[in-house]
Structures are given as structure tokens and as C-alpha cells.
Design a protein around this ligand. Structure first.
Ligand code: E4P
Length: 221
């Protein structure tokens, strides 16, 4: 299983990369704009935090295939572990196919249907990123799209990984992992809800209280 942080906030990335075993970071133009640091500056800083061996997904801005391809080479020139995110449009499909033989890893992003992800995988995308919450916000079934893509890639022997993305709660996260998504990217704002629990904290408090009551100290010595 691959776990990515969906963020361009350096302190957020540092905090969670010290606590979780992450495989990298995914960004998008909105996340980068929110930090106000241009991609060429923030991407190297992310690698400094998470490690040069991890992956950082960075999205193209061009909307035509020629522009996407040009930007893909630009992004890849920054670091060999950059994965280029390309929106799954007709232009994006052409760019993904053209980049397949280049050695530049790509993520087909903005996936909302299984056919989109299947065609992206056939074109040679290394990852496809179905946007679970955005699908569900239009009354679609984001979990089912992930499950369908996982099954389709297994049925047809496609090496592409489903990188489940776009969540607003823990239920969505758990369900895509139970559906077999091999990769997931999570906005760090959702992570405390996956870790913190009052019952856990209560257990710890009662253990310490009982120890302190018996020995009059919190020390092990
Ligand atoms: C992943 O990298 C996507 O860009 C991101 O998850 C988009 O989903 P959201 O904007 O709905 O969170």
C-alpha cells in the first residue's frame, strides 16, 4: 500500500512525515497556490523534507497536449522522482500516450469514471487518481469507481495503480482501501481523525494514574 500526503504545506508535510510512513506527496495547482510558493521552489523543499527517494506528484498547467508534454519534461527535470499529473482529457490522453516511452511517470488526474481510468491506464499512465469525494458530491459512487478500476486493472493485467484521492471523511478513506486501492493520497486535515481517539487517551491516562497511585512516581526507575 502506498500512502501520500495531499499537501504543499511544508510544515504540514514535515509534521506528518515524522509520524507516518509515507511514500510521497501529491500536489495540485490549488494546493500550491494556497502556499504562495511557485512549484519550482516548493518541490525541492518537499523532497528535502520527505527524502529524495520518495515521490512527489506535480500537475501540469497547460491544457493542450503539446503544452502538457513540454511541461512534463520541465517538471521531470527538477527531480527524477517527480510524477507528472495530467488531467484526463482528450488532450491529456494524447500527452500520457506520448510520454509513455519517455520514462516520465504520469498520473492521470481528475478521474471521475471507470472508463476514464481504464483508457488512461491503457495509454500508459502509471497512476490514475479517481476523485472520490468530488464524485460523491455529484451523487455518484466514488467508492464503486475505485473498486471498478481496481478490478478492471487486475482483470486486464494493467500495471497502473489506482491512487484514490479527494476525501472528506474517514469512512471514504477506509472504504477505498477495503476496495483494494493500492495507493491513496490524504489531505493532512483528515489525519488527526484517523489517529486521535478519546478511548485511547483514556486508557493511557488510567494506566499512568494507577501506576502513579501505587509508586508515587511516573518514573520507571
Ligand atoms: C489529489 O492529488 C487531488 O489533486 C486532490 O485530492 C483533489 O481532490 P480535492 O481537491 O477534492 O481534495
Amino acid at each position: 500500500m502506498e500512502l501520500f500526503l495531499d499537501s504543499a504545506n511544508l510544515e504540514e508535510i514535515r509534521f506528518w512525515s515524522e509520524r507516518l510512513s509515507i511514500d510521497g506527496v501529491t500536489t495540485n495547482p490549488t494546493l500550491i497556490a494556497r502556499e504562495g510558493i511557485r512549484p519550482g521552489e516548493v518541490v525541492p523543499k518537499i523532497f528535502e523534507i520527505i527524502g529524495q527517494d520518495k515521490l512527489v506528484h506535480v500537475q501540469v498547467l497547460a491544457q493542450d497536449s503539446a503544452g502538457m508534454i513540454k511541461e512534463a519534461y520541465q517538471l521531470r527535470s527538477w527531480h527524477e522522482q517527480v510524477v507528472v499529473k495530467i488531467p484526463l482529457t482528450l488532450e491529456g490522453l494524447q500527452a500520457i500516450k506520448a510520454l509513455r516511452a519517455s520514462g516520465i511517470r504520469t498520473t492521470a488526474t481528475g478521474i471521475v469514471t471507470a472508463p476514464q481510468g481504464l483508457l488512461a491506464a491503457k495509454a500508459g499512465a502509471d497512476y490514475v487518481a479517481p476523485y472520490v469525494n468530488r464524485i460523491e458530491s455529484t451523487s455518484g459512487d466514488g467508492i464503486q469507481v475505485v473498486a471498478d478500476l481496481v478490478k478492471l486493472f487486475q482483470l486486464h493485467g494493467l500495471p497502473t495503480k489506482v491512487l484514490a484521492a479527494s476525501f472528506r471523511n474517514s469512512r471514504q478513506i477506509l472504504q477505498v482501501l477495503l476496495a483494494g486501492a493500492p495507493s491513496i493520497t490524504i489531505n493532512p486535515e483528515l489525519l488527526p481523525a484517523l489517529v486521535d481517539h478519546p478511548l485511547t487517551e483514556g486508557c493511557v491516562e488510567s494506566f499512568i494514574h494507577n501506576y502513579r497511585q501505587r509508586f508515587g512516581t511516573d518514573s520507571l526507575e
